[in-house]
Design a protein around this ligand. Structure first.
Ligand code: ADP
Ligand code: MG
Length: 347
């Protein structure tokens, strides 16, 4: 229902508008109702830029994004407001979405003003409470509280509750799990799972493979602004075709080793994946558990965090800074609903 067709975003760089930075190149995929689509890529790969284009926060340079058949670039005024009634975003840092001077539930008042001016105060109050309950919050716990009195997980859920009031069909959730602690992670993940059973389409943006694997039906792998592989999550994870996807997956066990054995036996199945740089790639299902990092023993947790940081830094060196201007490779279908970029050397 939301379709991206050959979407490109080039940011102008340099004071005199000399250069351009191709943040997204030729991305085509769709967000389907009742499904979570995971958009996975390292920092700087263009995930948020894609999310912002979908939310019309930044225009596309070329290509089209259509929602229910209409090119969203053409929407103006009232139509754009209607679009936002159906398509909403929740972003990484829940604290930044709130003004600390106001109470947290002010975010509801702002949509009442724009979308529901004729709804009575009492009726509105009731709707807000229902929506808060739908995201697992007790209204009395959060209404009238200031931002600093609430946890990141609570704020995150208030933003989702706000989106629900609008009759949304598509939710762009950009790194929303990263900022919240272990105890609320699962709640928010379950909430997203619940949203999809209500028919919502969710774009779940993450740099974390384990979260993507856990929550999504479909996966889109983004590298330097280019979709290199996409398809049913199980196909992409069980049989990754692009070198880059394999690299991401083989990077997982180094993190995983530190907490091996901490999870139940059913999560310990080691998988062999196709060769990567001549070496057989292996990763363990347990390392893809969304709480894998959280299960590390004390002391080891710090070690794990350090490894993760190094890895992130290493990946950044090879990825963000070696950005190129080459043409985005076309995707070819390798099996039903599983696509890979042609340059993968996919034999
Ligand atoms: P991600 O969300 O995957 O970390 P982003 O979409 O935020 O990546 O960024 C992709 C690339 O576009 C990065 O190189 C980033 O520096 C660049 N970028 C993002 N926003 C802007 C902007 N407003 N102006 C110029 N460059 C930008
Ligand atoms: Mg981002």
């Amino acid at each position: 229902m939301l379709v991206l067709d050959n979407v490109t975003k080039a940011f102008k760089t340099g004071t005199f508008g000399g250069g351009t930075l191709p943040a997204v190149r030729g991305a085509s995929f769709e967000i389907r109702p009742g499904e979570v689509t995971a958009l996975i890529g390292e920092s700087g790969s263009g995930k948020s830029t894609l999310g912002k284009m979908i939310l019309r926060l930044t225009p596309v340079t070329s290509g089209t994004i259509t929602f229910e058949g209409t090119d969203i670039a053409t929407l103006k005024g009232k139509q754009l407001r209607e679009y936002y009634r159906h398509v909403q975003g929740v972003f990484q840092d829940p604290f930044s979405s709130y003004n600390p001077v106001y109470r947290a539930d002010r975010v509801f008042a702002t949509i009442k003003h724009s979308y529901f001016p004729s709804v009575s105060g009492d009726e509105w109050h009731e709707r807000v409470d229902k929506s808060l309950q739908a995201v697992g919050l007790n209204p009395v716990d959060v209404r009238d509280k200031f931002t600093h009195q609430l946890s990141g997980g609570q704020l995150q859920r208030i933003l989702i509750a706000r989106a629900l009031l609008l009759d949304i069909k598509i939710l762009v959730a950009d790194e929303i799990i990263s900022m919240i602690d272990a105890s609320t992670r699962v709640d928010v993940l379950n909430l997203l799972a619940n949203l999809k059973t209500r028919g919502l389409g969710v774009l779940f943006v993450t740099h974390d493979l384990s979260l993507g694997n856990y929550i999504s039906e479909r996966t889109v792998i983004l590298r330097r602004g280019v979709v290199v592989e996409m398809g049913a999550t199980q196909k992409v994870f069980d049989n990754p075709q692009h070198e880059y996807t394999r690299m991401l997956l083989t990077a997982v066990p180094q993190l995983h080793k530190k907490w091996e054995g901490e999870l139940g036996p059913e999560l310990e199945t080691t998988r062999v994946i196709p060769e990567h740089n001549g070496r057989p790639g292996r990763y363990s299902k347990s390392s893809l558990h969304p709480l894998a990092g959280m299960h590390a023993r004390k002391g080891r947790r710090a070690q794990a965090a350090a490894t993760e940081r190094d890895l992130a830094a290493g990946l950044l060196r090879t990825d963000t800074y070696l950005r190129t201007h080459e043409e985005a490779p076309p995707l070819v279908e390798i099996e039903e609903d599983h696509f890979v970029a042609i340059s993968a050397g996919a034999k």
